[in-house]
Write a new protein. Structure first.
Length: 317
């Protein structure tokens, strides 16, 4: 996996031509929005002058505000949501970045992690009533660990909500690594954010104290087998999770179920949706995504090294 400095160099040099073209499109979209707002403002002022001149009722002024406000919202939203601009950005920039990070990675802007794998993680206990996503990536770490990740937005319905509207369950980057061997238990590790209560227990999972006061202060661990979870959460892995929490500044959960490692990193903003009101030359557009990916892959590599070490110990014995 390339370093963040290598990625920055690639972004500023190899992608500069495509970004320059897209930046031109972005500025044209902004120009159209500004021109439209100016036109609607002129028409609105003209209508108010006409209403006052002919001494019409205040209701006409209210109607004008509503009509021109609605027109402005619809037209501006339509222009700002230019699909060609977003598709071009994903195909010509994001796909190249994904391939640069690792040549084994393939990118599909429309696909996402299946619902079955979302549920399999044992991270989310609520019934999922809304599920969508995009920006799917598939590839390998080393020779035999397949990884896949995408942006996911999931929702659930509150039984006590009479309106029956969906409430947010998860939004962010969802990562899955497929390992050669199964875990003997189900283990879920959730970062404690601002002292919030951790996940409720389910499927026989119990709260586990790892014996590491610092780790247990920052993370809540649930498992169907306390001893197995302590074996998984070695001192090296606990240190890695603490490092991730220190610089991630986001809510995240890791689980070890069947032969898979699941990592769910929450984000309030869309990962690969550029704003027409911000320059595309800003490297931070992709740096945050790289950092999330780096953390997840580092975690998997630590597990891989740990598993290989345990296998070697068994063979020696």
């Amino acid at each position: 996996m390339k370093s963040v400095d290598q990625l920055r160099g690639f972004f500023q040099s190899d992608l500069s031509g495509e970004i320059r073209k897209l930046e031109g499109k972005r500025k044209m979209i902004v120009f159209k929005i500004v021109a439209l707002i100016i036109l609607l403002t002129i028409l609105f002022i003209a209508s108010i002058i006409a209403i006052l001149h002919f001494k019409l009722s205040i209701g006409w002024i209210v109607l004008s505000v509503l009509v021109f406000g609605a027109m402005g919202y619809v037209f501006v939203s339509d222009i700002a949501g230019n699909k060609d601009f977003y598709i071009d950005f994903k195909v010509k920039v994001i796909e190249q970045i994904v391939r640069f990070i690792d040549k084994s990675f393939s990118y599909n802007p429309h696909k996402f992690i299946p619902l079955g794998e979302f549920k399999e993680s044992m991270i989310f206990t609520d019934h999922v009533t809304e599920y969508k996503g995009d920006d799917y990536v598939n590839g390998f770490i080393g020779a035999n660990i397949r990884v896949e990740f995408s942006e996911i937005v999931a929702g659930t319905k509150d039984k006590n909500d009479k309106k029956g509207e969906n409430k947010p369950l998860f939004k962010g980057l969802y990562f899955v690594a497929h390992l050669p061997e199964n875990f003997a238990s189900e283990t879920v590790v959730k970062a404690r954010v601002s002292g919030k209560a951790p996940l409720p227990t389910h499927n026989g999972q119990q709260l586990v104290e790892t014996g590491d006061p610092l780790f247990d202060k920052h993370f809540a661990t649930f498992s169907t087998d306390g001893n197995e979870s302590k074996r998984i959460l070695s001192s090296v892995l606990r240190s890695t999770l603490n490092e991730i929490k220190n610089h991630l500044h986001e809510d995240f959960v890791v689980s070890f179920v069947n032969n898979k490692i699941f990592v769910a990193i929450s984000h309030q903003k869309d990962l690969f949706e550029p704003s027409v009101f911000h320059s595309l030359n800003d490297f931070s557009l992709v740096e945050g995504y790289y950092n999330d990916l780096f953390d997840a892959i580092t975690l998997v590599e630590k597990i891989q090294a740990q598993t290989a070490g345990n296998t070697m110990e068994k063979s020696v014995v």
